[in-house]
Design a protein around this ligand. Structure first.
Ligand SMILES: Nc1ncnc2c1ncn2[C@@H]1O[C@H](COP(=O)(O)OP(=O)(O)O)[C@@H](O)[C@H]1O
Ligand SMILES: Cc1ncc(COP(=O)(O)O)c(N)n1
Length: 307
């Protein structure tokens, strides 16, 4: 989208100089909201924007949530989920999709059905789908009905390009203990039909290493030291959305995970205190320096000419 001062349609209006580059990809999150702004849809949209993509959302559930916990959760009727999805996909289109909190077996089934309606890309390949199998908040509050785990396993895992469980989620989906080695957990998820599995290391002891494996036997270990910051609300949502943003821009799965992991190493130390509990990770950490001491000033790409 470029705005030209010569454009006759803009005659008489203030001229906007400098082209605003088109976002490089349209990325959709299908997830729950977090009224506290730290996880779920707000985190996803911030992360998608952080990598320069256009973020969009299909809200599955509304949560009353803050730094202390989840005080309430209201799944939306499936018609509302179908309606949002059709609005986005049928007009705007999508280059990558990420799923987060899906709340119930009925919603998981609806989302699986909707994913099958996404048009293929020009080269005939499927639009990549990142499945973050959100089951519980950092405070330990449930975000998925226990009986819905079976639907995630049978309907969503086989439709994923990459599934990104933390250790407890991997244990829930495989029936193995959270103490099982990441390679064993990943192998069991590949058997359920995932193309790629990323076992995240946020919940383990020691370093925050993440293991990525593919059904073809490719294996990558993304190593990172554990940051001594308790303000990690939204890390999983942010990571999944960054991966989707990378895939939407044409990166391979290992490239997108590598980019996301490097980006998280800036976002996690920048997590900040908010409320009395766990504050949010900061997907926009890289903009902070640019804001300057005196507050925001227009950058060179956005200059509004006088009159
Ligand atoms: N304290 C930490 N230091 C460094 N990396 C972390 C930390 N906590 C989480 N991560 C990383 O953040 C990403 C999200 O993981 P995780 O926190 O396990 O997800 P979730 O929010 O789903 O539980 C992973 O790359 C993980 O390794
Ligand atoms: C709506 C919603 N989606 C996902 C999470 C998980 O995020 P976290 O594990 O950081 O609490 C959450 N708390 N709320």
């Amino acid at each position: 989208m470029t705005t030209s001062t010569e454009d006759s349609a803009s005659a008489g209006r203030p001229a906007v100089r400098g082209a605003t580059p088109l976002p490089t990809a349209r990325v959709l999150t299908i997830a729950g909201t977090d009224s506290g702004g730290g996880a779920g849809v707000p985190a996803d949209l911030k992360a998608m924007m952080a990598l320069g993509t256009h973020g969009m959302c299909v809200v599955t559930a509304v949560t009353a949530q803050n730094s202390i916990g989840v005080q309430g959760a209201w799944p939306l009727p499936v018609e509302a989920i179908r309606g949002q999805f059709r609005s986005v996909v049928d007009d705007i289109g999508v280059d990558a999709i990420k799923t987060g909190m899906l709340a119930s077996a009925e919603i998981v089934g609806t989302v699986a059905e909707l994913l099958d309606t996404v048009p293929r890309r020009e080269d005939g390949s499927r639009v990549p789908v990142v499945v973050d199998p959100v089951a519980m908040s950092k405070h330990g509050d449930p975000l998925l009905d226990p009986e819905a785990a079976a639907s995630v396993r049978s309907l969503l895992v086989p439709r994923s390009t990459v599934i990104t469980p933390n250790l407890p989620e991997a244990a829930m989906l495989t029936g193995l203990g959270a103490g099982a080695p990441p390679a064993i957990l990943a192998g069991a998820l590949l058997e359920l039909g995932a193309e790629w599995v990323l076992i995240k290391g946020g919940h383990r002891e020691g370093d925050a290493d993440d293991l990525l494996v593919s059904y073809t036997g490719e294996r990558h270990l993304f190593r990172a030291p554990r940051e001594d910051n308790t303000h990690t609300h939204g890390t999983g949502c942010t990571m999944g959305s960054l991966i989707a943003a990378g895939l939407g821009q044409g990166l391979t799965v290992p490239e997108a995970v590598g980019l996301a992991k490097r980006f998280m190493m800036g976002a996690i130390p920048a997590g900040y205190a908010l409320g009395a509990g766990i504050g949010p990770v900061d997907p926009l950490w890289h903009l902070r320096g640019a804001l300057g001491e005196g507050g925001w000033t227009p950058g060179p790409g956005l200059q509004v000419a006088a009159g």
